[in-house]
Design a protein around this ligand. Structure first.
Ligand SMILES: NC(=O)C1=CN([C@@H]2O[C@H](COP(=O)(O)OP(=O)(O)OC[C@H]3O[C@@H](n4cnc5c(N)ncnc54)[C@H](O)[C@@H]3O)[C@@H](O)[C@H]2O)C=CC1
Ligand SMILES: O=C(O)CCC(=O)C(=O)O
Length: 630
């Protein structure tokens, strides 16, 4: 055991465990009581009044025990329940309790009958647990508590700690007012407000330090801990109203997450990005080289969408910033909208609908056609294009497709090797090419002229791929029979006014870039992208990264993991391995993946090593980023 001068005094309820034990006991004993809910509320209120110091603790205890109606026999079940409710970060750091056992005390206003067996697992013996004890009658009913015990009285913890006469610096870790007062009374040196389970304003306000979990406490005190860096220190900024599930997923894993509704312009982002470890965006936020240069802590960018050209991907790579996207989450949503729009355009539905909105009845079959048997030309036969192909065939359409890459036809779809072949045969042309800047003005006057007279154009890809003035003039002249446009060369950063030359034209469906905006897609993205982010932060995995060598890593158990991102220059791996050899590390696995510009090497090592090796690895020439994970 390691002996130190410092002593650690832990509270029990809501600190070592996630719950207040007497509340759990009440849930059990009142299970069959018809007034259960009322009594539970009352007990909870009394608990809080006691914890916050608003009524005397003795009074709180007396009133609760009376309402509890518990028996000695209930305690075994309570202990079983509490064993399942140990605070997450306490459970993770069992090793700390074992290695520092001699310096750890529990001072609680709870009861030894259930605290002792719980903390025994954490190597804290009964003689270092200070708590109340129950009084039982001869039938085994809990009828009271030992009133002589100082802990049953108001501010009893002060008295208890004083009586212990501990030497050395005393740190108190707890969630309530009764913990803080030990510091206020001058018998503890520091009070850490423990907020993993409950954030009590009074305790937090009076704390020397607010610790959201034990990892943070161990980190700031440089004590042995399960994880290298407390997750609450990792700051995540999510822009553009990403689905709240993303916030939940990332916060539940312990990260500090901020949600912002809109996209923010470059100059604001340059300021806001400082100190941020993870940035989440959708299609509007431009992550430029200047933004990346200001991003002093940035590790990952999550694009909560498919497209990633809004991000300076190369610059991110060179700075060791990994980019993930959600390549499939909104595919189906785009496809369904495309199908709907194709039918609406072919039936001229929006024209008819606008007429009625304007008070005009015009029943006609003019320019209204079924899609069955018509030719659909899909440009870009990727994830969206292919799925659309299958659904369109199911509706009886004849599908033609064109793609720059060689793509296998699904169903009876026919591949066109020249764009003009597709344009000249299609009744509806739909664009699903990617957001590569080279696709600018992909459909212009020349391509429109190659289309059938009266054909329809659908664009759910990117605004810049269509030359809008050419489209407007083709719609006005009647060369094209209609269009459905979801994306625009310039889109606003947030909801509000918007102007486009396409406004007011007949049989033109205009939507505000909502192809992927369904509950299903956004929920799926909010699951997919955070998982990628967490996987990289927590274990170094880069599988599915858009701009980075992909490495799928095995889980490391009982090892430390070195993540080294470097410029891919000759001899760099030799230098890294030279350092590892110099410090005599025992390597259990090494994984390397490189791209022309960067290399990513992961080394799993035995836990005992000279920590100077970390600085030495950071100093290897051409190192971009270095992290240790455990
Ligand atoms: N409106 C919206 O809300 C949404 C729009 N999108 C857009 O849809 C695009 C396509 O998405 P996915 O199908 O998932 O992408 P994908 O990458 O699976 O497919 C794109 C296909 O286009 C092909 N392509 C690229 N340039 C081409 C060209 N000049 N000529 C012919 N083929 C070309 C590629 O070879 C690839 O097969 C995304 O890049 C994004 O810009 C995606 C999701 C939602
Ligand atoms: O809904 C979004 O934020 C963008 C959808 C999109 O265009 C994409 O996923 O690339």
């Amino acid at each position: 055991m390691v002996g130190t001068k410092r002593k650690y005094v832990f509270d029990f309820d809501s600190t070592l465990t996630q719950v207040e034990a007497l509340d759990v006991l009440a849930e059990m004993t009142l299970r069959h009581n018809p007034k259960r809910l009322e009594i539970l509320d009352e007990i909870q209120e009394i608990t809080n009044l006691g914890i916050d110091g608003d009524i005397s603790f003795t009074e709180s205890l007396e009133r609760r025990i009376k309402l509890l109606n518990a028996k000695e026999a209930d305690l075994a079940d309570l202990i079983t329940e509490l064993e399942k409710k140990i605070s997450k970060s306490i459970e993770e750091n069992k090793e700390f309790f074992h290695s520092h056992s001699d310096d750890i005390y529990v001072i609680s206003c709870g009861f030894k009958e259930f605290i002792d067996p719980i903390v025994e697992e954490y190597n804290i013996p009964s003689n270092r647990v200070y708590a109340n004890t129950f009084k039982f009658d001869d039938k085994g009913n809990i009828v009271g508590f030992d009133e002589q015990n100082v802990l049953s009285s108001h501010n009893g913890k002060i008295e208890c700690l004083k009586n212990l006469e501990l030497d050395g610096e005393i740190h108190v870790i707890g969630d309530g007012y009764s913990d803080y007062v030990m510091r206020e009374a001058g018998i503890a040196d520091k009070f850490f407000a423990y907020t993993e389970n409950v954030h009590r304003e009074k305790a937090a306000k009076n704390a020397d330090y607010i610790t959201p979990n034990l990892n943070e406490f161990l980190f700031v005190n440089d004590l042995p801990r399960k994880i290298s860096y407390p997750k609450n220190r990792i700051k995540i900024l999510l822009l553009e109203n990403v689905h709240p599930d993303a916030f939940e997923n990332l916060s539940n894993d312990g990260f500090s997450v901020e949600l912002v509704k809109n996209s923010i312009p470059e100059d604001e982002l340059i300021e806001k990005i400082k100190g941020i470890h993870v940035l989440g965006i959708r299609s509007k936020t431009q992550v430029t080289e200047k933004v990346l240069a200001a991003a002093d802590k940035l590790l990952v960018i999550g694009a909560f969408c498919i497209g990633t050209t809004q991000i300076a991907l190369e610059a991110a790579k060179e700075r060791g910033v990994i980019v993930f996207n959600a390549p499939y989450s909104n595919t189906r949503s785009v496809v369904e909208l495309a199908i709907g729009e194709i039918i609406m355009l072919m039936r001229n539905v929006f024209t008819r609908s606008s007429e009625i909105h304007n008070g005009k009845w015009f029943k006609t079959a003019l320019n209204s056609n079924e899609v069955r048997g018509k030719n659909l030309g899909i440009i870009g036969y990727g994830n969206i294009g292919k799925q659309l192909s299958v659904l369109a065939e199911a509706l009886g359409m004849r599908v033609y497709y064109y793609d720059v890459s060689d793509k296998l036809a699904l169903g009876n779809a026919v591949k066109c090797s020249r764009l003009e072949d597709l344009l000249s045969i299609s009744d509806v042309v739909t664009l699903h090419i990617d957001d590569n800047p080279a696709n600018k003005n992909f459909i212009g006057e020349r391509e429109i002229n190659q289309m059938k007279d009266g054909a329809m154009l659908v664009n759910l890809a990117r605004g810049f791929v269509v030359d809008i003035p050419a489209l407007v003039s083709a719609l006005k002249s009647g060369k094209l029979g209609g269009a459905a446009i979801d994306v625009y060369p310039k889109e606003p950063r947030s909801n509000g006014d918007f102007e486009t030359e396409l406004r007011g034209l007949d049989n033109v469906i205009l939507t505000p870039h909502v192809g992927g905006s369904t509950q299903e897609a956004q929920r799926d993205i909010a699951d997919f992208v955070p998982n990628k982010i967490m996987d990289y932060i927590n274990s170094g995995n880069t599988v599915d990264a858009v701009n980075f060598p992909n490495i799928r890593l095995p889980k490391q158990e009982n090892r430390h993991r070195f993540l080294h991102i470097h410029k891919n220059v000759p001899g760099i791996m030799a230098k890294i391995n030279e350092v590892l050899a110099k410090y005599d590390l025992n390597i259990s696995g090494q994984y390397l993946s490189t791209e022309p510009k960067v290399g990513y090497v992961i080394t799993d090592v035995d836990k005992d090593y000279n920590k100077e090796v970390m600085q030495a690895l950071k100093e290897v020439e051409n190192t971009i980023k270095f992290r240790v994970l455990y």
